[in-house]
Design a protein around this ligand. Structure first.
Ligand code: ARG
Length: 571
């Protein structure tokens, strides 16, 4: 549609120049005024002429009339003047030759763009705190983050995905002390993070009654900080136990990271930044702690050093940002976290600005709302947090049951059930605007006929099965033209894909693509309902419908992959 809108805008501008002798208006302005009419019976696009009435000193309905007359000579559309609007209908020839033609020519690249060419984007996402369970709160950062990475790559950016593990802090003193007291290597090797959590919780509980334990933990952390071999070995082992477990979840989601440099990596990089802060007079001592006062900017102070001189979360973030700028020279550095951390990011972004780093405006915080799930029905192992792996496992089990009924002979049933079960949750999550708090039930996410992942994956599988039937019947899928409205409608939806990708990119909002997928699926399913494909009588019609199916198949696959959803060919 972008190309179409561009052509239309240029045509309108040339009419304005020739007919009204006005040259102030540019095609980009016209482009930005174009609207999608609320009812598609009115047309595919509308131009609100009141936008020009001041400039042309003419009433909008008159402008619409004059434009209509002049513009109807162009080959790709028909125009209608209704009130102050110029309504445009795309001609089938355009859909056939340009839209379908483009999809076929560009293949997997259809919808992509090179706006990111030569630019680097760093994305900091997922970033769980080790020795802690990976719970549903991490779903947002993990899938929004990865989807944004895929969207940026699709638009030509060089992307670096960083898992900024929370792998440093005084809590590891407790973890080490607890392990030394009660830990058993084998139990932890077998039970993973759950066992580490048990040790930690026990230690914390006993700390409440026993001050000495607190001191012990502090001493263990000090030893770790100063490089004590035994403690360092234990800590590394905790990291690897945690990662091994998180990686199972990443694998189910098809996610890989380019770097796992966590908070610990920055311990030796903080002093330089603290020094810079001090030298530039930004540090203030407040009750023994070192802070940057942000009253002037309407924010509480940013904490840099505790009373005892130890560093804090913002200190590490500042050092990490400087390191990333030096290492990757990013054009954008994106942080995806819950909106509960919005203040933290606003504060340290401001500090980076005050420090004189001219790239402060390249730091982007992408917040998201909270997720709650019909919790009571889910098994939880550690208190009341819901683990992502448990949620996935339940979803996969349910899908297996459904599939046993729907398609008992399916090959690779387990693999498919995993793609559908996990995909259902991801899709449901990414369907909403990220900032909204959401609550969902598995039943809703798994419904095969709502706006869900299974529905989208099922539609994709349907396109695959039609294409394989066409293949068996020797239908190549070439030539032909539009013979039914549903075909034209499908092509119009297909033509909007690149706009959806750009909007998702501009707004840091994968949900734009998720909702586009639903539009595409419903448009394809209308077409499928209205139009026999392989069984159509006329050969030209058959050929054309196979082409359309192939186009929908390709775009659906690309779009689903952009939101981290796998695409089994049979369900
Ligand atoms: N580890 C943090 C948490 O679980 C998230 C880290 C986000 N990234 C960052 N650069 N601060 O809350």
């Amino acid at each position: 549609m972008q190309e179409f809108k561009k052509k239309l805008s240029e045509a309108i501008v040339s009419v304005i120049e020739d007919f009204f002798q006005v040259t102030e208006i540019k095609a980009e302005d016209i482009y930005s005024y174009l609207e999608y009419p609320p009812d598609d019976k009115l047309g595919d696009l509308a131009f609100p002429c009141f936008r020009l009435s001041k400039l042309l000193r003419m009433a909008p309905p008159k402008i619409a009339e004059s434009l209509k007359e002049k513009i109807s000579d162009f080959p790709f559309w028909t125009a209608e003047a209704v009130g102050g609007y110029l309504n445009i209908k795309i001609k089938n020839e355009y859909l056939e030759s340009k839209v379908l033609g483009n999809i076929e020519e560009q293949g997997d690249n259809y919808g992509s763009n090179n706006i990111g060419k030569g630019k680097t984007v760093v994305l900091d996402y997922s970033s769980p705190n080790i020795c802690k369970p990976f719970h549903i709160g991490h779903l947002g950062t993990t899938v929004i983050g990865h989807s944004l990475k895929l969207i940026h790559s699709f638009l030509g950016y060089n992307c670096i995905g960083i898992n900024y593990l929370g792998d440093w802090g005084t809590q590891f003193g407790k973890q080490i002390a607890a392990f030394k007291k009660w830990g058993d290597r084998e139990v932890i090797e077998r039970g993973g993070v759950d066992e580490l959590v048990k040790l930690y919780v026990r230690y914390n509980n006993e700390c409440e009654e026993n001050e000495e334990l607190k001191d012990e933990a502090r001493a263990e952390f000090k030893k770790l900080e100063s490089g004590d071999e035994e403690n360092l070995e234990l800590w590394k082992w905790f990291v690897s136990i945690s990662l091994k477990e998180y990686q199972k979840t990443y694998k189910q989601l098809g996610i890989e990271f380019d770097s796992y440099k966590g908070e610990s990596f920055y311990t030796d990089k903080m002093p330089a930044q603290v020094e810079k802060l001090r030298a530039s007079g930004l540090l203030k001592i407040d009750d023994g702690a070192s802070i940057v006062d942000l009253t002037e900017y309407g924010m509480p102070p940013c904490l840099i050093l505790k009373k005892d001189g130890s560093t804090l979360y913002p200190t590490r973030d500042i050092a990490a940002a400087v390191y990333r700028k030096e290492t990757y020279n990013f054009d954008k550095c994106i942080y995806v976290t819950s909106s509960a951390q919005s203040l933290h990011f606003a504060q340290w972004f401001k500090v980076v600005e005050l420090m004189g780093y001219d790239w402060y405006d390249k730091l982007v915080h992408v917040p998201y709302g909270t997720v709650s799930i019909d919790g009571s029905k889910l098994a939880t192992r550690t208190g009341n947090v819901i683990l992502l792996k448990d949620l996935f496992a339940q979803s996969i089990e349910k899908v297996k049951e459904i599939m046993k009924e729907k398609n008992p002979d399916l090959v690779d049933a387990d693999e498919v059930a995993e793609s559908v079960g996990v995909g259902a949750i991801v899709f449901y999550y990414l369907y909403n605007n990220r900032i909204k708090d959401i609550n969902f039930t598995l039943e809703q996410a798994l419904s095969f006929d709502g706006n869900t992942g299974p529905y989208a994956q099922y539609t994709y599988a349907r396109t695959c099965s039609i294409l394989s039937k066409a293949d068996e019947a020797g239908i190549k899928g070439c030539g032909g033209k539009i013979s039914h409205d549903s075909e034209a409608e499908l092509l119009k939806v297909l033509s909007r894909f690149s706009e959806a990708v750009i909007e998702a990119h501009n707004e840091y909002e994968p949900s734009v693509i998720t909702r586009y997928i639903i539009d595409l699926c419903s448009s394809f399913n209308h077409f499928y309902r209205d139009c026999p494909i392989v069984t159509a009588e006329d050969d030209d019609i058959k050929q054309f419908r196979v082409r359309l199916t192939r186009a929908a198949n390709g775009v659906l696959k690309t779009a689903l992959h952009l939101i981290c959803i796998k695409t089994p060919e049979k369900i």
